[in-house]
Design a protein around this ligand. Structure first.
Ligand SMILES: NC(=O)c1ccc[n+]([C@@H]2O[C@H](COP(=O)([O-])OP(=O)(O)OC[C@H]3O[C@@H](n4cnc5c(N)ncnc54)[C@H](O)[C@@H]3O)[C@@H](O)[C@H]2O)c1
Length: 357
């Protein structure tokens, strides 16, 4: 089988810590042949990991190379759309970091470009490849949960503002914790609920802690005057099958513990699912009028969900399979965020426009 030749657009934190190791983990199936970043330092960092790759500051250089079959887009959110569409139009498969885009308008354009090109557009949402997600998908598919009609999804940090990159800049990021980490727990939740169609959303956001120079951020200091995103967002999302998700996400909040988990309420049982770690799943059920709490012992031991995600992308591209996480799922998430932000600004519940047209 021919190896998939890959180009990377953006060689910052996530590219170096996750995408590059993911591609390097299957050297018989793929090879990184181009790396691109506008920053010389970021390019140097990646060059140390893939010394054989050609490098450029202009991503058009790698798109014009006919050898390249796939592209990884790991630029900040405001720079996902154009490289992705250009890569698809150049006939390359694309894996694009989460959130797919700044908003649903951009995400829709990206999905339509993938359809037109007949190429894979995959959204990098690695939680689906982690052990707890794999276990729960099987458990739900076997019918043990019944209908999951409600979920409470939480991605809450007590003090965790990313001080590097553009994570506090609404213009380049599209939003704060909602779009940055809420996206992961909401995606995991919707994945486990079987992707019901979102219909309306009601949300609220705050930014007082994030802007306050007197509040400590142990991750590192940042310029409080440049903090233009929310520090916390909550939302209630309604779906066409009557189910509801309540979502909470924060970079800063006065809470005891950081939480990254979703709690699913099913007609046959309930489940508390953490993203990773030991005892990541608790299941609550009833049998013979007795109540049971269960902790599964055979949750798949996935060493790196990021690596599993990249491997799934490469194999789908090589085998001509559909996208492991289609752009349309990223579009639905962006459409929900659009509605939540608009609701927070207006104080009114908003429709969610997640369709492709
Ligand atoms: N899946 C995850 O768990 C996860 C974790 C962190 C970040 N991310 C996502 O990855 C993306 C990047 O985040 P990061 O933490 O790596 O940020 P980063 O700032 O470390 O890296 C982004 C890189 O993109 C480069 N860049 C910007 N515009 C460019 C362009 N036009 N062409 C080429 N390079 C360009 C920057 O110079 C920078 O080196 C974001 O969308 C973020 O949401 C995902």
């Amino acid at each position: 089988m021919n190896k998939l030749k890959v180009g990377l657009i953006g060689t910052g934190g996530i590219a170096r810590s996750c995408h590059i190791p993911g591609f390097l983990s299957i050297p018989d199936e793929c090879e990184i042949v181009w790396i691109c970043d506008v920053s010389p330092e970021a390019l140097d960092g990646a060059r140390a990991l893939v010394p054989g790759a050609r490098s450029t500051h202009n991503y058009q250089d790698l798109l014009s190379d006919p050898e390249i079959g796939a592209v990884s887009v790991t630029t900040p959110n405001a720079f996902h759309k154009q490289p992705t569409i250009d890569a698809l139009n150049a006939g390359k498969h694309v894996i694009c970091e989460k959130p797919l885009a700044m908003n649903a308008v951009e995400a829709r354009e990206m999905c339509l470009a993938a359809r037109k090109a007949g190429k894979i557009l995959m959204v990098a949402l690695q939680m689906r490849f982690a052990g707890p997600a794999l276990f729960m998908r099987q458990y739900i598919d076997a019918g043990h949960m019944g209908d999951v009609y409600y979920a409470r999804a939480q991605a809450l940090r007590r003090r965790g503002v990313p001080h590097w990159g553009v994570f506090i800049d609404k213009e380049k990021q599209g939003g704060g914790p909602l779009i940055d980490i809420g996206v992961h727990i909401l995606d995991l939740t919707l994945h486990l609920m079987g992707h019901p169609k979102p219909v309306t959303a009601s949300g609220a956001t705050w930014d007082r802690l994030g802007k306050d120079p007197n509040i400590v951020n142990p991750w590192g200091d940042y310029d409080r005057t440049k903090f233009t995103v929310e520090d916390m967002a909550v939302g209630l999302i309604r779906f066409d099958n009557g189910s509801v998700v309540v979502l909470e996400s924060s970079f800063m909040a006065n809470i005891k513990d950081e939480l990254f988990r979703t709690e699913l309420f099913g007609t046959k049982s309930g489940a508390l699912v953490k993203g990773w770690g030991e005892n990541a799943i608790e299941i609550y059920s009833e049998r013979d009028r007795q109540l049971f709490d269960m902790t599964p012992r055979n949750v798949p031991d996935v060493k790196s969900a990021h690596t599993a995600e990249i491997q799934a992308f490469v194999r789908a591209a090589l085998n001509g399979d559909p996208s492991p996480i289609p752009g349309e799922h990223g579009l639905a998430l962006n459409a929900i965020f659009d509605a939540l932000y608009k609701s927070a600004a207006t104080g009114q519940e908003q429709p969610v426009h997640a369709s492709l047209t």
